[in-house]
Design a protein around this ligand. Sequence first.
Ligand SMILES: Nc1ncnc2c1ncn2[C@@H]1O[C@H](COP(=O)(O)OP(=O)(O)OP(=O)(O)O)[C@@H](O)[C@H]1O
Ligand SMILES: [Mg+2]
Length: 381
Amino acid sequence: MTRDLHNGMLSSAGHAEFGLRERVKELTCLYGIMEAAVRPGTALEELLNNIVNLLPPAMQHPEIAVGRLNLDQHSYTTKNFRESPLQLAADIIVSGRRRGNVEVAYLEEKPGIESGIFLKEEQSLIAAVANHVALIVERRQAESDRSRLQHQLQHADRLATIGQLAAGVAHELNEPLANILGFAQLAKKSPGLAAQTEQDIAKIVASALHAREVIRKLLTFARQMPPTKTQIQLNKVVEDGLYFLESRCIKQGVRLICRLSPDLPDITADATQLQQVLVNLMVNALHAMPNGGRLTVTTLAGDSHVLLGVEDTGIGMTEEVKSKLFTPFFTTKDVGQGTGLGLAVVHGIVTSHGGAIHVESETGQGTRFEIKLPLMEAEEI
Ligand SMILES: Nc1ncnc2c1ncn2[C@@H]1O[C@H](COP(=O)(O)OP(=O)(O)OP(=O)(O)O)[C@@H](O)[C@H]1O
Ligand SMILES: [Mg+2]
């Protein structure tokens, strides 16, 4: 600071120079923030750390200035940060909601430093920094929302394309398969067949029936098996489904926990198809717990929907498995153990009911599937 040696006051030239230097420091800080914000590939945490370190140099006494930036549950501080009564702060408001604040503080009392020491310009600077941070947070959120949405759309698109392809193939195969099955059953009735021939024909029939089942599943996935919807009670569907699987749970050392909401409204849905959803999810859960565990089935009422939850304490899934879950024929099971159509069928049924599937899974911890079904009759999507 330039001072007049005779009276200790700033000369007017000194005033101008001091003011200019302070402005340059503030502009450098704001420029630094903008530069950091547009640098591609910087994580938000790194960016906020950079910003907080730009604060002290912008202050009148950088050598004793410290900074802290609070955002949601996180704090970003300069290295030597300590709370101090000499502090200046501004709120970070994102979309009308306070998400945190930006603080600067002076660590020690200097001669001539007291509260109210901060310049008016410094107050505006901190407010401007808080505004910038709010804008950055808002933009980052919009970007991540957009990319998540895009990812979901791509996934839905891919599944729809596979669905069309699968349905085409399934229809093409249906007719020859019906012929194979019909003629094999006819041949089986021929008098005087050798025992071996009879056995062979029985194998043809069994294989054709298996193929027919695969085709049926593919058509359900492709939503070409339209549901027959009536007013139903989801709890009843669950109770009926559990009845089939209870003994299998016991045999496998799996504890079955059932939490059904007592005041669940009726929904318009196909009971048989929903039972298929439950059974497919429960069978997967049982497969994931070969050494026992806990299987929890829940129902819950929401405002405009009901929820069906199936949760296990099994092996869980990797991110890669999770990303391929609903694709037909995707399986991690051995040949003969799984066709990879269970979840494709679940997807087809839930989508044709206008519902949604949410999956959470942690390897070694377990998996939770949540099916959301609308109360009102689903419009065709
Ligand atoms: N609860 C779960 N825990 C861990 N992995 C799971 C779970 N549910 C599904 N998976 C994984 O997703 C894959 C696909 O499941 P999906 O039900 O579609 O086919 P599948 O069970 O392999 O065969 P299918 O159901 O046709 O007999 C499974 O092979 C498994 O890797
Ligand atoms: Mg399965």
